[in-house]
Design a protein around this ligand. Structure first.
Ligand code: ARG
Ligand code: MN
Ligand code: MN
Length: 306
């Protein structure tokens, strides 16, 4: 039986400084997401977009956390709470939730929803660690904080909508890390998470690194969440992102990574949920980055050349 994939759009840009990621879901759909998924052998069902008020209608400073700075935190809470419900409903209907961002703070909602009924591991494909708390963040942008939120670090400990008790640091692996803030480095060193940097990919090759990341994410969990931030790729390959960092993953490496995920899913049924985030069509060139996002989602479900 073909697996149903429920496409859930979360056009949210509250978490990032550069406006435009709210157009990500449209651009990824336009790039042929549904067709690509069908060809990969799953049944895509489009569940539409969450309705999200524009940032201009909102005041970034309302209700700051008790410590530190987190812009639009109230709005992020509202969206992530609704998103978590949508993800949970998809899983109850035996569909696989595929969330289209939006900035990376949507992962708070996806992972919340996906872990309400299961112990969840995660592989975080990203240039960034996204482990800042409102206390440590240099920018106050929540898209640099989703993992800290999920793990209940810093002031997030007080925010029940954010932390996901069934996600443990020891079941999270980064792949492709290359930009970490000063204070984030300390948080990462003190945590049980596993980090594979670009240097590890250089040394060992993508496939073997992703195999290890999947071992981390499947160990003692019921399923794996894949979080794919398009700035994981090199900006020359994926220019449509708000926080580009040179020295990223190539087109071939990216496909190899997601194909490795797909092979493991075929044998062991490991996948539970996924988000594809940070596509910014305003900064993109000819919808290249959105096209890549759609292709990589298809690779995750087994798109094959032959
Ligand atoms: N999901 C992302 N693109 N995150 C970028 C985070 C950049 C920086 N570390 C910050 O906290 O502001
Ligand atoms: Mn990033
Ligand atoms: Mn990110």
């Amino acid at each position: 039986m073909r697996q149903t994939v429920s496409i859930i759009g979360a056009p949210m840009d509250y978490g990032a400084d550069r406006r435009g990621v709210d157009m990500g879901p449209s651009a990824i759909r336009y790039a042929g997401l549904a067709d690509g998924l069908s060809r990969a052998g799953v049944d895509p069902v489009d569940s539409g977009d969450l309705s999200i008020p524009r940032a201009e209608e909102r005041d970034p400073d309302v209700e700051q956390p008790s410590r530190g700075t987190a812009k639009f935190l109230r709005e992020v809470e509202d969206v992530c709470t609704r998103l978590a419900d949508r993800v949970e409903t998809a899983l109850e209907d035996d569909a696989f939730p595929l969330v289209l961002g939006g900035d990376h703070s949507v992962a708070i909602g996806s992972m919340q929803g996906a872990s309400r009924d299961a112990d969840l591991g995660a592989v975080w494909f990203d240039a960034h660690a996204d482990l800042n708390t409102p206390e440590t963040s240099p920018s106050g942008n929540v898209h640099g904080m989703p993992l800290a939120a999920i793990l209940g670090r810093g002031v997030f400990e007080e925010l029940e909508w954010a932390s996901a008790p069934r996600v443990q640091a020891e079941s999270i692996a980064y792949v492709g890390l290359r930009s970490i803030d000063e204070r984030e480095r300390d948080l990462l060193r003190d945590s049980e998470m596993t980090a594979f940097t670009m240097a590890d990919i250089d040394d060992r090759g993508m496939t073997s690194v992703v195999e290890d990341a999947l071992d981390v994410a499947t160990n003692t969990t019921d399923g794996v969440h894949i979080s794919l931030d398009l700035d994981w790729l090199d900006p020359r390959t994926a220019p449509g992102v708000g926080t580009p960092v040179r020295g990223g993953v190539t087109y071939r490496e990216a496909h190899a990574a997601l194909e490795t995920v797909s092979r493991r899913h075929e044998t062991d049924g490991i996948l539970r949920s996924m988000d594809v985030v940070e596509v910014n069509p305003i900064l993109d060139e000819g919808n290249e980055t959105a096209t890549l996002a759609a292709e990589l989602a298809a690779s995750t479900f087994g798109k094959r050349i032959l």
